[in-house]
Design a protein around this ligand. Structure first.
Ligand SMILES: [Zn+2]
Ligand SMILES: [Zn+2]
Length: 336
């Protein structure tokens, strides 16, 4: 089994446990491949998070992010070599994509470290330069920056994602619909304009697929998926959405249907762990999602035959996936 996206408390402020403990847990659970993809540093102080600045100030915090990242790469390499007979560790990085400058900076970092970084998880965490997965207040501020027009906010998200896809061509596209994390389930929206409001036409967002409701948004999703297919990327099914109490993983089944149709169903699995308890979290539900809800024919994964090799994308049949010995591990538990 595989996970293509993880973090640790050693190298990111919002992580909880040491990287070594996370890898130990991945070994215990019987992963074949576990990808270490720490966030790449941010270089603009306006994108620092409060916990990064605390006690050190802006300049030092920026320096620390850089140092943390190079220490991460060194450590990950050590683990990879040491564990090569136990588990296949693939080293990558998750791109933040705060804005275009940051995407360009990401390209430089990837180029500079191309001997170590074998692939990237391309994720969008900001819209209009405001983080959308940090807390409710920031998310609300982001919506307000679009005059409370949720449709415009999603359009901006998928436009920035397209910029990132074109400039970086990440092998794995991260949490495809992250904007839903802090979208309150009882939000009412005008289906025509996309404005969050309570008028006689407004509907509750949790009762509808926003992708089906708004053709403009759907067309952007389709354009992005066709592009991912064109350069040979994959879309992760990320179980952290379930860990964070969303109804579905990222992406939701409405987008997954489009991935099947326009991106050959090129899905990989990720737990996006930030702590030991997150390793393989909700994977049993992910299995049901893949087998019963999405009814996929294949599951994709990243493969690296030799530690020095470049990585390739491979697939296994759904029967191979369903019958994998990983699922028999008694340590695997359902998430609440
Ligand atoms: Zn992310
Ligand atoms: Zn992540």
């Amino acid at each position: 089994m595989h996970s293509h996206h993880s973090h640790s408390g050693d190298y990111v402020a919002h992580g909880a446990d040491p990287l070594e403990d996370i890898v130990d847990r991945a070994k215990q659970l019987g992963f074949d491949t576990y990808c270490l993809t720490e966030h790449m540093p941010r270089f603009d102080k306006k994108y620092l998070y409060p916990e990064e600045i605390e006690g050190v100030g802006n300049e030092k915090a920026i320096d620390q992010l850089k140092q943390n990242f190079s220490r991460f790469l060194g450590h990950a390499k050590q683990i990879k070599t040491r564990e090569k007979d136990n588990i296949n560790i693939v080293i990558g990085t998750e791109i933040e994509c705060c804005d275009i400058d940051h995407i360009e900076y990401a390209r430089t970092i990837i180029k500079e470290n191309r001997d170590t970084i074998k692939f990237t998880v391309g994720s969008i965490h900001h819209i209009n330069e405001i983080p959308i997965d940090f807390d409710q207040l920031s998310w609300n501020r982001c919506l307000a920056s679009f005059n409370n027009n949720l449709k415009d906010m999603l359009i901006s998200y998928y436009e920035l994602q397209f910029e990132m896809l074109q400039r970086v061509q990440p092998l794995v596209v991260g949490h495809f619909d992250l904007y839903k994390l802090y979208l309150p389930r009882n939000t009412r929206v005008d289906p025509l304009s996309g404005v969050v409001c309570e008028n006689e036409n407004s509907v509750v967002v949790s009762e509808f697929s926003l992708i089906e409701m708004w053709e403009t948004v759907r067309n952007l999703v389709i354009r992005n998926l066709k592009y991912i297919k064109l350069y040979g990327g994959t879309v992760e099914i990320n179980s952290s959405g379930l860990r964070k109490k969303l109804k579905e993983p990222y992406p939701g089944s409405d987008i997954c249907q489009l991935v099947k149709k326009f991106c050959d169903g090129r899905f990989v699995l990720s737990d996006d762990s930030h702590a030991v308890a997150h390793v393989a979290v909700c994977y049993l539900q992910l299995r049901e999602y893949i087998v019963d809800v999405l009814q996929l024919q294949n599951v994709y994964y990243i493969s690296q035959e030799d530690p020095e090799d470049t990585v390739t994308v491979k697939s296994m049949s759904i029967d191979e996936f369903k019958n994998h010995k990983f699922w028999n591990n008694s340590m695997l538990s359902r998430c609440e």
